[in-house]
Design a protein around this ligand. Structure first.
Ligand code: AMP
Length: 396
């Protein structure tokens, strides 16, 4: 089966065509600046040069039309016609408590996803626009929605409840949901497999460290805790997001700096994290380089990041009463040798030993702990698109 995987944002759309039997990626690409001037399509058929086409894409429907044209064009298309797409898998961000697994998209599903819009006002409406536009162009092709939040729906109340009045949970769904679920599910399953353990009998901690970062505790195949909350702002220090902060600090900063609530939220989401502490960049590479050159603030940013990851992992060891496998994934987790080394320095108490040579690896699946390490530590490149394609194929 050929699965078209779509990840639709408010002005961008990423796509891949994956053969679900061979799991081969036939083509991938990205539409940028949808609805703006100078919108463009980046298209890459497998094994060929990337093609960048500047083309008008006033709406997502136009963008998907361009994707279909690229996929089926005579020159470097990978499909003979649209009819070769057997199903579409959509990344959907927030399913609230309504979805604990992937679903075939129906009118009723769309309505229910829209009921969760308040929980992800930037993402869910954009996801649905992508679904509608695809449906219009491929009315007879089955579509599946794969939620970022679904994998974490197994968290128990003690992990997901905030210490706010219970009625806010009952009336408005105020609780921790967690994100990156597709990645945590993919990587935790692979980690157990690589460790030679039964997924249903394995304590795994997945450190998804990228521009957005979250950690999950996966006990016997189920997420029992994760570091992001009602929104992706909670938890670790991120590229531009603050992660955890005393809510009391917000009022204090707003008064001192004469900020509106909206301005404060923009600062916490866009001007904090690596960028906020270092003043250098939101990109871990830049901050790490600046720290190595002696920039004190950059060093603080890296230290805070490593420390919070280590504390969260420690918390999850307590939550699961142990850990068998730890996996690093996403941009930083897969590529930053120094970050992994610094984080793992905190894990001596767990009997974890890292092989420095093996840790000197980027973007490859590898065991980086020594044979006598009490816990196996892996780098496992995440693949959310493949997970979406697998779920889609399984459901249709
Ligand atoms: P992601 O959001 O998963 O795409 O990850 C983006 C983050 O990965 C950025 O902060 C990058 O700086 C970081 N990253 C990518 N490659 C490297 C690398 N070789 N060393 C350190 N960080 C990296």
């Amino acid at each position: 089966m050929n699965i078209l995987v779509i990840n639709c944002g408010s002005s961008s759309l990423k796509f891949q065509v994956i053969n679900s039997e061979t799991e081969e990626v036939k083509a991938s690409g990205l539409c940028e600046r949808i609805g703006m001037d100078e919108s463009r399509l980046v298209y890459q058929p497998a094994g060929c040069e990337k093609e960048k086409i500047t083309v008008d894409m006033p709406t997502h429907k136009e963008a998907i039309k361009q994707v279909i044209d690229a996929l089926t064009n005579e020159k470097n298309g990978v499909l003979k016609s649209l009819s070769e797409i057997d199903a579409v898998g959509h990344r959907l961000v927030h399913g609230g408590e309504k979805f604990n697994k992937s679903v075939v998209i129906t009118e009723e599903v769309i309505k229910t996803v829209e009921e969760c819009n308040d929980l992800a006002p930037l993402h869910n409406p954009a996801n649905i626009i992508g679904v509608r536009a695809t449906q219009e162009l491929m009315p007879n092709v089955p579509m599946v929605g794969v939620f970022d939040t679904a994998f974490h729906q197994t968290m128990p109340p003690k992990a997901y409840l905030y210490g706010t009045p219970y009625e806010y949970y009952e009336k408005h769904g105020v609780r921790r949901y967690g994100f990156h679920g597709t990645s945590h599910a993919f990587v935790s399953a692979r980690a157990a497999e690589l460790a030679g353990k039964d997924y249903k009998d394995c304590k795994t901690i997945v450190c998804h460290l990228g521009n957005g970062s979250s950690i999950s505790a996966v006990l016997n195949g189920e997420s029992v805790d994760t570091s992001m909350g009602l929104t992706p702002l909670e938890g670790l220090l991120m590229g531009t997001r603050s992660g955890d902060i005393d809510p009391g600090a917000l009022e204090y900063i707003m008064k001192k700096e004469n900020l509106s609530y909206a301005e404060m939220m923009t600062i916490l989401n866009k001007k904090s994290g690596f960028l906020g502490i270092s003043g250098v960049s939101s990109d871990c590479r830049d901050v790490d380089n600046a720290a190595a050159e002696g920039n004190e603030r950059a060093k603080h940013a890296m230290d805070v990041f490593h420390y919070r990851v280590a504390k969260t992992v420690g918390g999850y060891v307590a939550a699961m009463n142990g850990v068998d496998v730890i996996a690093f994934t996403a941009g930083i987790g897969e590529n930053s040798v120094s970050t992994r080394a610094e984080i793992c320095k905190y894990f001596g108490y767990l009997g974890i030993k890292i092989d420095e040579e093996k840790n000197n690896t980027r973007g490859e699946e590898i065991l980086i702990s020594t044979p006598d390490s009490k816990v196996k530590v892996f780098i496992i490149p995440t693949n959310e698109e493949l997970k979406i394609a697998r779920e889609t194929a399984a459901l249709v």
